[in-house]
Ligand binder design. Structure first.
Ligand code: ADP
Ligand code: MG
Length: 617
């Protein structure tokens, strides 16, 4: 049989490698920014058009490349950063694989201009799908400018797989922020579709964080630092009071690279134990510096996962450093780290109502009785009677009780009618005599003919609000209430992009938002249903829910939004309700189309039948 194995041509091999290295435009951004940093640039400019689909350009003032290097840079495994396998364990550069430029050139149109200090004129190279199309001398500033156009032009399947420009821009912004955060002394500019998105001067780490995440960040930051033989760590944690529902502001950097580590994340979160409300996450920006020998950044091609030699020690050091800062800066009430953890009151308990101690009293106890049983004479014989509580039969003292009972039974015919209408059409308790009360500030208790009605107040209100919001969104005639004093809310550019992605739904809901302020949005009008001062809360919940996983909410956007809003605004467990409010909620609930289930499909109310009650006696 003839030999059938062939070596793949370079451009095919490169295209295959590109599948690993270049997943989307943001991967290109990361590689190019890192190359510029490795080239020693102190000013880096990123230019993006249409979410990176049309153009990604990075201009740096770094070392530049000679003519030969400029050509060689696009070969696979061509790198100036390592020369031997040992170098892999002593990395001081971002790049080392020598595959990024080769991969990128295989799937896009590339235009490179570069010049070193020693060259009089620079060189321009144009490449399309791994083929050099043009090379000439150009006048160009010292450093490198590399433009990537029409990404995936030759792989339609990948190109079609790309998400909307907004979503791709968000990924790019994420990468940009990660790189910019950990290199605060390098000045960065970021232009998106011709307008300036970020302009970050050379600055300190703290200033960089504040520049990226907004001025409000400054008061939230608490420094963390620890210097040990295993790791040098420095950075900031956010005060527990500012912990948020979205998981956006958590950054670990190891030796100058952004990394993800659920294990170390856990170390930080556990240091905050007892200081956070449920379902919120602390923000942090922590740089770890370890001996390059003790870290393996090789385990994943996109390099956000790393392997540390001594993770357990790292965990312990990180946890205690964070605890220490929380204590030192008076954020946590206790400074004693060896205290018994069982003595900590978890946050959730602080809100609980203390219940009165129960004292049971034996009403039949008679201190003067000689024996435990009373005795009586019956036909001359002493008979021991069973102990009988004194209270038994006390109702009979009130003669009118029986009369009332009769009244009740006659009323029942009427309440029969009320009940059927309660759950049918208008379905409300118009009956003025209808009584409600609140149980544990969680349930509204009332009666229906068939028994005891227990309503979960939070879920009931969610349902009511949900149906109202949904109606307003779908008929698109939501009434907006203009604010006398428009509220300016600060957001990072990523958050702002997230809000703008649901612009239309927000508008249909009755929000009147001006997106032109640079550091956020200006809310001019809100839905009439929105209580005063809750705009920021609602928007934060919207951000939290779009941040988690769902990239494009798509056609069910309206429903999603109505769920978020009703969840944010519904009365909570623990809230006291006046009797009018209780009755109002009851009426509203049974006017809903689906009074049984909350928007998230949980049971809203239950009826404990009279039979069931009878069985208990
Ligand atoms: P790696 O970064 O892993 O070495 P790349 O494919 O990203 O591989 O780059 C290949 C080589 O091209 C680099 O090793 C470097 O010598 C050179 N290079 C790439 N970008 C720049 C730049 N902006 N300035 C100077 N040299 C660069
Ligand atoms: Mg590189």
């Amino acid at each position: 049989m003839a030999d059938i194995i062939k070596l793949l041509p370079d451009h095919v091999a490169n295209q295959i490698a590109a599948g690993e290295v270049v997943q989307r435009p943001s991967s290109v951004v990361k590689e190019l920014l890192e190359n510029a940093i490795d080239a020693g640039a102190d000013t880096i400019k990123l230019i993006v058009k249409d979410g990176g689909k049309t153009l990604i350009q990075v201009v740096d003032n770094g070392s530049g490349m000679s003519e030969t290097d400029a050509r060689l840079a696009f070969e696979r495994h061509a790198t100036s950063k390592i020369t031997s396998a040992e170098d892999l364990f002593n990395l001081h550069t971002k790049g080392f694989r020598g595959e990024a430029l080769a991969s990128i050139a295989a799937i896009a149109h590339v235009e490179l201009q570069t010049r070193t200090t020693t060259m009089d004129v620079g060189v321009l190279i144009k490449i399309e799908g791994s083929q050099i199309k043009e090379q000439e001398m150009v006048v160009t500033p010292e450093g490198t400018s590399i433009a990537i156009k029409n990404i995936f032009f030759n792989i339609p399947a990948r190109r079609n797989f790309l998400k909307s420009n907004q979503v791709e821009l968000r990924h790019i912004t994420d990468e940009f922020q990660r790189v910019a955060l950990v290199h605060p002394t390098i000045a960065f500019q970021f232009y998106n579709n011709g307008s300036e998105y970020f302009n970050l001067p050379s600055e300190s780490f703290r200033q960089r964080i504040v520049h990226i995440f907004g001025a409000k960040m400054n008061e939230k930051l608490v420094p963390v630092a620890e210097d040990t033989a295993v790791v040098k760590l420095n950075g900031f944690i956010c005060k527990p009071a500012f912990a948020r529902k979205s998981r956006g502001e958590q950054f670990f950097f190891a030796n100058g690279r952004f990394i993800k580590s659920p294990y170390l994340h856990h170390a930080v979160v556990s240091a905050f134990e007892g200081l956070l409300k449920p379902e919120v996450y602390p923000g942090y920006f922590i740089c770890l510096n370890v001996d390059p020998k003790s870290i393996d950044i090789n385990i994943h091609p996109t390099k956000t996962e790393v392997k540390f030699d001594d993770e357990n020690t790292l965990y312990a050091i990180l946890r205690s450093a964070v605890k220490h800062s929380l204590g030192q800066f008076n954020v946590a009430p206790v400074l004693d780290f060896d205290r018994d953890q069982n003595l900590d009151t978890p946050y959730a308990y602080e809100q609980k109502q203390a219940s009165l101690p129960k004292v049971s009293v034996d009403a039949s106890f008679n201190p003067f009785a000689k024996e435990k049983v009373s005795t009586t004479q019956k036909g001359g014989i002493k008979v021991a009677l069973p102990k009988k509580p004194r209270t038994e039969g006390w109702q009979e003292l009130y003669a009118f009780d029986t009369v009332e009972n009769n009244v009740f039974s006659s009323i029942q015919v009427e309440s029969d009618l009320t009940e059927t209408s309660l759950f049918d059409t208008e379905g409300t308790t118009q009956d003025a005599t209808h009584q409600t009360f609140q149980l544990q500030r969680k349930f509204i208790v009332s009666t229906v003919k068939s028994g005891l009605l227990l309503i979960n107040q939070n879920r009931a209100h969610q349902r009511v609000l949900f149906e109202r919001f949904l109606e307003e969104i779908t008929i698109k005639k939501a009434v907006s209430q203009q604010l006398l004093f428009p509220e300016v809310l600060e957001y990072t550019s990523t958050e702002k992009a997230q809000i703008m992605a649901v612009e239309e739904v927000l508008h249909n809901l009755g929000f009147d938002i001006d997106y032109s302020p640079k550091n956020g949005v200006e809310v001019r009008g809100v839905p009439t249903l929105l209580p005063e001062g809750s705009v920021a809360l609602v928007l934060e919940d919207i951000l939290a829910s779009t941040a988690i996983g769902q990239e494009e909410i798509g056609f069910s956007q309206a429903e999603q939004m109505a769920k978020i809003m009703s969840n944010a605004l519904a009365v909570k467990t623990g809230q006291e309700l006046s009797s009018e409010a209780q009755l109002g909620l009851l009426n509203d609930l049974f006017a809903c189309k689906e009074p049984k289930l909350s928007p998230t499909n949980k049971t809203i109310y239950t009826i404990i039948g009279v039979n069931e009650l009878e069985n208990k006696f």
